[in-house]
Write a new protein. Sequence first.
Length: 131
Amino acid sequence: MDEMIEMARQARERAYAPYSNFAVGACLRGASGRLYGGCNVENAAYPQGQCAEATAIGNMVSGGEREIAEILVLGGGEQLCAPCGGCRQRLAEFAGPDTPLHICGPEGLRKTVTLGELLPYAFGPNSLEQP
Ligand code: THU
């Protein structure tokens, strides 16, 4: 957990968030145990901005892994920085309902939930299976 927090902190320091000024870092643990970090990357054309989780997923997949064992998101402010709806869906592509998701602030862990708690009845790869 400490290692994941540290990686998310480092990624968050590199966040490109000049429009929201809300820097976010994420860290994913792949099934292999390897860690993948990511930060949010905003854009002058606002909808083109990318969340930290999406960056971390891209780093994991391009690193050769497709299974998420553990998720950690680290944001600022007083509120819990829980993944947005789009990122819950992105994470559900590579993680299961029981995958732990740690929500952190700059000071450390704030709350641990499961992905299934954040995205019940998810539409995932299995939903496309034909009888
Ligand atoms: N953001 C993330 O990167 N991850 C989250 O879990 C919540 C929101 C980013 C998107 C945008 O760059 C900024 O935070 C403000 O919404």
